[in-house]
Design a protein around this ligand. Structure first.
Ligand code: CMC
Length: 434
C-alpha cells in the first residue's frame, strides 16, 4: 500500500455473530474504500460484485475519474486542458512518466518514436495471409502478439529495455494499423517517414500511395490528435483491466497489449464507435429520425442498445464527448464537409435526452457518440475506427502495465466465484447414463 492512501477508522462487519474490523482507506481525491483483502481468511466469506462496479482492483496514480461530476484527469491534468493545449505524443509521455516533458525530453521521446516505427520486414508476409475483408482489429491483435516472436524478450526486463519496448509498441501499433488498412484495399504499403510526426505519419501511411501524395489537412491532423488524447487512458476500463490481468501472469508485453486490443474490440467498449456510425447510417437509409432505434433500445425483449449512449462510470456527462462534440462541429462546419449523419446524431441525442428511459437511467452520449463522425470526416473507413481507439489507448495500457509491475509485489489476478453448478456426483459408465 502506498503512503498516499490515508487510513480511516475501521468498518465493523458482523457475520455469524462474530464482528470483524475491516480497514478503511481514503484516496487523494476523497474516494473511500473498505479493504477486504483478509476477509476470506478471517471469516470464510468472499464478496460478490459482478462486473466489479464496486471493486477497486488496484491503487493507481495514472488517471482520476469522478463519474458523477464528469471529471477526467491524466496525472492530475484536466482532460479539457490537455485536449486544448497538448498533443498526443506529449500526453503519452505524461501518462508513462508521470510528468509533462520539457522541450528536450519531448524531442527525444518523439525522435525515439519515429525511429521505432518500422516493423520487421518478414512480418509483411503475414499481412498477405489474412483473408480479404478481415476486420482490422483481428489483424491488429494478431500482429501485435506476433511481435513477441520477432522481438523476443527476456523474462525480466531491465528498465532501459522496458522503456524502449513501450516506445516501440506505441509506434509500431500505428504502422501495423496503417499496413492492415493498405492490405485490405489491395494497395502497396507506405512506410513510415522519418520526416513526419506521429499523426501525420499515420495519415500518410494510410492515404499516400506511390502514385499519389497525401495532402495533409491541418484541421484533420489536429482532430485526430485530439481524438487520440481523449482515448489515451480511462483508468480500470475493460481493456485496461484485461491488460493488468494478463500482465499479472508475467506474460510478455506484446501478448499483454494484444489482450487489451481484443477486449477493446467489443461493441460495449471500443467497438461502439463503429457501431454508432452503422446505426446512424441505418437511420439515414430508413429516412426516419431515430425513434425506432430508441424504441428498440428501450425494449426489454430486445438486446439492442442505443450505441454511443451510457457509461459504467459517467452518470451525468462524459467530458470526452463534450470536447469531441465541439471539435466535430468545428470540423464539419468547415467548407466542403457536409455530413447528414451529424444532423441525425444531433437529433437522436435531443430525442434521447428528453426521454424518461434515458433520463432515469442517467444515460448520456459517451465518447463514441461523436468520435466516429470526426473519423469519417478525416476519411477513415468505419472498420478502422476501433483501431484508432487502440492506437490512442496504447500509452494508457502500457502505463498501467508498468505501474502494475512496479508495485511491491505483483499479485496474479485471480478472483473467486460462487459456484452454482451440480453438487458432488459420481461417474457413471456410458451404458448406465440416461
Ligand atoms: N441503450 C439502452 N439502454 C441502455 C444503454 C443503452 N446504450 N446503456 C445502458 N442501458 C440500460 C440497461 O439496459 C439497464 O437498464 P435496466 O436498469 O432497465 O436493466 C440500465 O441502462 C443500466 O445498464 P447497465 O448495462 O447495467 O450499465 P453498465 O454500466 O453496465 O453499462 C455500457 C455501460 C457502456 C456497457 C452500456 O451503457 C452500453 O452498452 N452502452 C452502449 C455501448 C457503448 O456506447 N459503449 C461505449 C462506452 S464508452 C467507450 C469506452 O470507454 O469503452
Amino acid at each position: 500500500m502506498t503512503d498516499k492512501l490515508k487510513k480511516l477508522p475501521p468498518a465493523m462487519l458482523t457475520l455469524d455473530n462474530k464482528t470483524y474490523e475491516l480497514p478503511t482507506l481514503i484516496g487523494v481525491e476523497g474516494e473511500k474504500a473498505i479493504d477486504i483483502s483478509k476477509l476470506r481468511n478471517q471469516s470464510g466469506y468472499v464478496t460478490l460484485d459482478e462486473g466489479y462496479g464496486n471493486t477497486a482492483s488496484c491503487e493507481s496514480a495514472i488517471t482520476y475519474i469522478d463519474g458523477e461530476k464528469g471529471i477526467l484527469r491524466y496525472r492530475g491534468y484536466p482532460i479539457e486542458e490537455l485536449a486544448e493545449h497538448s498533443r498526443f505524443v506529449e500526453v503519452a509521455y505524461l501518462l508513462l512518466n508521470g510528468e509533462l516533458p520539457n522541450s528536450q525530453q519531448l524531442l527525444d521521446f518523439s525522435t525515439n518514436l519515429n525511429e521505432s516505427s518500422i516493423i520487421h520486414e518478414d512480418m509483411h508476409h503475414f499481412f498477405n495471409g489474412f483473408p480479404r475483408g478481415s476486420h482490422p482489429m483481428g489483424i491488429l491483435a494478431t500482429m501485435v502478439a506476433s511481435l513477441s516472436t520477432f522481438y523476443p524478450l527476456p523474462d525480466r526486463l531491465d528498465s532501459a529495455t522496458e522503456q524502449q519496448v513501450v516506445i516501440n509498441l506505441i509506434s509500431q501499433v500505428r504502422t501495423i494499423a496503417a499496413f492492415s488498412y493498405k492490405k485490405s484495399i489491395g494497395e502497396p504499403l507506405v512506410y513510415p517517414s522519418y520526416k513526419l510526426k506521429f499523426v501525420r505519419n499515420f495519415l500518410n501511411m494510410m492515404f499516400a500511395s506511390p502514385v499519389r501524395d497525401y495532402e495533409l489537412d491541418e484541421d484533420i491532423v489536429r482532430a485526430i490528435d485530439m481524438f487520440l488524447i481523449l482515448h489515451a487512458d480511462h483508468e480500470q476500463n475493460c481493456s485496461t483491466s484485461s491488460v493488468r490481468t494478463s500482465g499479472s501472469s508475467m506474460a510478455n508485453v506484446y501478448a499483454v497489449a494484444s489482450s487489451g486490443i481484443s477486449a477493446l474490440w467489443g461493441p460495449r467498449h471500443g467497438g461502439a464507435n463503429q457501431h454508432v456510425i452503422q446505426m446512424l447510417e441505418q437511420i439515414h437509409a430508413d429516412g426516419g429520425d431515430g425513434t425506432e432505434f430508441i424504441n428498440q433500445a428501450k425494449d426489454k425483449n430486445s438486446t439492442s442498445r442505443l450505441m454511443g449512449f451510457g457509461h459504467r462510470v459517467y452518470k451525468n456527462f462524459d467530458p470526452r464527448a463534450m470536447v469531441l462534440k465541439k471539435q466535430c462541429d468545428k470540423l464539419l462546419n468547415k467548407a466542403g464537409v457536409n455530413d447528414p449523419l451529424f444532423d441525425i446524431a444531433r437529433r437522436l441525442e435531443e430525442l434521447a435526452l428528453k426521454d424518461d428511459y434515458f433520463i432515469s437511467r442517467k444515460l448520456y452520449p459517451n465518447v463514441d457518440f461523436y468520435s466516429g463522425l470526426i473519423l469519417r470526416a478525416a476519411g477513415i473507413p468505419t472498420n478502422m475506427f476501433t483501431v484508432l481507439f487502440a492506437i490512442g489507448r496504447m500509452p494508457g495500457w502500457l502505463a498501467h502495465w508498468r505501474e502494475m509491475l512496479k508495485g511491491d509485489q505483483v499479485i496474479i489476478t485471480r478472483p473467486r466465484q460462487l459456484y452454482v453448478g451440480e453438487p458432488l456426483r459420481h461417474f457413471q459408465d456410458i451404458d448406465q447414463r440416461p
